[in-house]
Design a protein around this ligand. Structure first.
Ligand code: PLP
Length: 393
């Protein structure tokens, strides 16, 4: 009899966001119309910038014109967008070529799909607390996972050691959920480790645009990364594309394992399994990389950064230990007085109507922590910060 993929039976219930929405629903049943301060969301609240909207409209008009109409797009991405993204790297002295760039429908799609390149017998290394999709995509595939615990003892940035054994290494920097950002020395240690062992790093750079200090935004800033890393990027948080859907992946030509070139394998994969991202969206995406687009998305990012500043200032006033919030849109706070993540969620909801994300939802070692997001409305953020101070000071 047909055997469905057994890994699905090993998935834990995705309790985190379901649990949050159930508790909010119950609260609103008891207090209809109550205003909630949503500091839990990983979704953006500002609309797409004007440059993108104009490009999208223009592209719709192109599709209405016999001369400018586009049918199927190249599976790996339109040359105009691949070149714009390559230039975005080259302008920062990172030698990425257009044919090493793959346009995608978003980072989460890619993080799942890229696993196609590796035998299921390979082992994934995931540093927890982690973006839950890393874990679930590997469990679905039936792959063994090795967990490395991040905590205050390593500032949520664990380093490799000689005892570790794994083939696929997930690094997310700036990190969701902890807001921790890897230094160059830190990434160099992982790059050297991966090259020594023939491992491959999945570098999730979904939040690279939030780095403002002199810290790496791309793993390809690190010598040796071109022979061991794949970078997965997204326009979701950078440019507000969460609902529009667009991302990109960089696979260097030099990435070869057991004589097999991973970039060529990915071309074969994409040309078999996709028919490319829509012309309209790719035109909108290309507008992000114009000087005007960069200026406009930076303006939005600054609003989120100001939200993070307001929140971290409040936590500092209360005297709560936290990580992130600078160079990252997430703030990872220790729950006060040893309270666990879910009781702290309940306390904030019931007493001050502030919603965050319980840290335990990102792995067992997230127990006792809480994630606040800076993607919310600025006025709500200010009021949430005021309420936090009032409750916890
Ligand atoms: N990677 C990380 C670390 C994320 O936090 C998210 C979304 O929250 C994604 C990837 C998904 O990005 P996308 O919207 O491009 O699928």
């Amino acid at each position: 009899m047909l055997q469905p993929k057994a890994g699905y039976q090993n998935l834990k219930d995705s309790y985190l966001f379901f649990g949050i929405s159930r508790k909010i629903e119950a609260y609103l049943n008891d207090y209809p119309g109550a205003h909630l301060y949503r500091m839990g969301i990983g979704d953006v609240s500002l609309p797409l910038c004007d440059a993108v909207i104009r490009a999208l409209h223009q592209a719709v008009d192109d599709q209405a014109s016999r001369d400018r109409f586009h049918g199927y797009m190249p599976e790996c991405g339109a040359p105009f967008l691949r070149e714009a993204i390559a230039r975005f790297y080259q302008d920062r002295n990172i030698p990425v070529l257009a044919d090493e760039v793959f346009v995608s429908s978003g980072a989460s799609d890619e993080l799942g799909d890229l696993l196609d390149l590796f035998e299921v017998s390979s082992t994934a290394l995931i540093m927890e607390p982690a973006y839950p999709a890393y874990v679930d995509a590997n469990i679905m595939a039936g792959r063994k996972i090795v967990y490395l615990t991040a905590g205050p003892e390593n500032d949520f940035l664990p380093l490799p050691d000689d005892r570790l054994q794994a083939d696929l290494i997930y690094i997310c920097s700036p990190n969701n959920p902890t807001g921790a950002v890897c230094s160059r020395a830190h990434l160099q240690a992982w790059v050297d480790w991966a090259n020594d062992r023939g491992a491959v790093i999945f570098f999730d750079a979904a939040y690279e645009a939030f780095v403002t200090e002199d810290l790496p935004r791309s793993i390809f800033e690190i010598p040796g990364a071109e022979s061991c890393a794949i970078e997965i990027c997204s326009l979701s948080k950078t440019a507000g594309f969460t609902g529009t859907r667009l991302g990109y992946t960089v696979i260097p030509r030099k990435l070869v394992r057991r004589g097999m070139n991973l970039r060529e394998m990915w071309i074969r994969n994409r040309t078999t399994k996709t028919n490319g991202v829509s012309y309209i969206l790719q035109r909108g995406g290309a507008a992000v990389f114009t000087p005007e687009g960069q200026e406009q998305i930076r303006r939005n990012i600054r609003i989120y950064q100001e939200n993070a500043r307001v929140m971290t200032e409040a936590l500092a006033r209360i005297g709560i230990r936290f990580w992130g919030g600078t160079n990252a849109p997430y703030i990872w706070m220790q729950c006060p007085d040893g309270i666990k993540s879910w009781p702290f969620f309940d306390l904030l909801l019931s007493r001050i109507q502030v919603i965050g994300t319980p840290g335990v939802g990102f792995g067992a070692c997230g127990e006792g922590y809480f994630r606040l997001s800076s993607f919310g409305d600025p006025e709500d953020t200010k009021e949430a910060a005021r309420r936090l101070v009032e409750l916890l000071c």
